[in-house]
Design a protein around this ligand. Structure first.
Ligand SMILES: Nc1ncnc2c1ncn2[C@@H]1O[C@H](COP(=O)(O)OP(=O)(O)OP(=O)(O)O)[C@@H](O)[C@H]1O
Ligand SMILES: [Mg+2]
Length: 269
């Protein structure tokens, strides 16, 4: 056996609480570059909580365990620092920000992240260019057409009056512009019609390739027909109770969580 290299993203024995209520109760999960991991599990099992803890939401208290990103402990970092280092979270319920246009919001977010990356590269003698406004507009147009989004989106206020599916597309647009290294997508498929599902999946697939790791939270096997996961995990009561390949999602579709719970209980006993 050769010595193993540092995983890109590694969660170990993660425990997290909200208002002294323990939600995550020992999560272990490793994601390497280029891998797509699907996370499934019943309502209330802790999937979104995990996504929020990864992003650094201040309401959640991590009581035990670690999250390492390229070997670095991210729990010590502020959410914006995590974002600048290439972590991205698409929320299950995107927030509305009246008065801030999509284009302005994205320009601020994208230039901040890209320029931080450029500065970091410069320190190491690299040559990633800082982003000029003109370049941003070109890039946004390109990504919007890739996601088949109407130009009018750019001037609308962030998520205000967006339909459910439009909000999800806006999240993927943000991801396409940020080009994160590690993306957590929380139910990005919910509320999407079949055409939008294809467009969003194509967007994720186009980015996933070798350059990004993905944690895809979903309730539906259907999404996994479009975005092929390398690994599927089932979360039950704040822990990953079972992991497998894509066949696990099919098994779940057939048996439901009750079937898996029973199996899990027998395995533990
Ligand atoms: N602010 C809070 N106060 C108390 N309990 C909370 C709070 N936020 C989340 N919880 C609880 O944490 C548990 C996990 O919630 P979470 O949103 O992570 O579930 P989920 O797996 O994403 O579910 P879903 O599939 O419905 O999206 C739930 O029981 C929820 O009620
Ligand atoms: Mg959730």
């Amino acid at each position: 056996m050769t010595e193993s290299t540092t995983p890109m993203f590694e969660i170990e024995n993660l425990h997290a609480s909200i208002d002294d209520k323990e939600i995550l109760r020992g999560v272990d999960l490793t994601i390497n570059m280029g891998e797509i991991h699907a996370l499934m599990g019943p309502n209330g099992s802790g999937k979104s909580t995990l996504a929020y803890v990864i992003a650094g939401h201040p309401s959640y208290e991590v009581t035990e365990g670690s999250i390492k990103y390229f070997g670095e402990d991210i729990l010590e970092m502020e959410p914006d620092e995590r974002a600048r280092k290439g972590l991205f979270l698409a929320f299950q319920y995107p927030t509305v920000i009246p008065g801030v246009s999509m284009a302005n919001f994205l320009r601020m977010a994208v230039t901040s992240v890209r320029n931080a990356r450029a500065d970091a590269a410069a320190v190491n003698g690299g040559a990633v260019e800082r982003m000029a406004p003109r370049e941003f507009r070109r890039l946004m147009k390109e990504k919007m057409s890739l996601l088949k989004m109407d130009d009018s989106f750019a001037t609308r206020y962030l998520n205000e009056g967006f339909s459910g599916g439009e909000k999800k597309r806006a999240e993927i647009l943000q991801m396409a512009l940020l080009e994160p290294t590690m993306a957590v997508l929380d139910e990005t498929d919910s509320g999407l019609d079949i055409d939008a599902l294809k467009v969003v999946s194509e967007g994720v697939n186009a980015l996933a390739g070798k350059e990004m790791g993905v944690l895809l939270i979903t309730h539906y096997q259907r999404l996994l027909n479009f975005i092929k996961p390398d690994h599927v995990h089932i979360m039950l009561e704040g822990r990953i109770a079972q992991s497998g390949g894509p066949e696990l999602a099919h098994e779940l579709e057939a048996k439901g969580y009750e079937g898996l719970r029973a199996q899990h209980a027998t395995a533990i006993a």
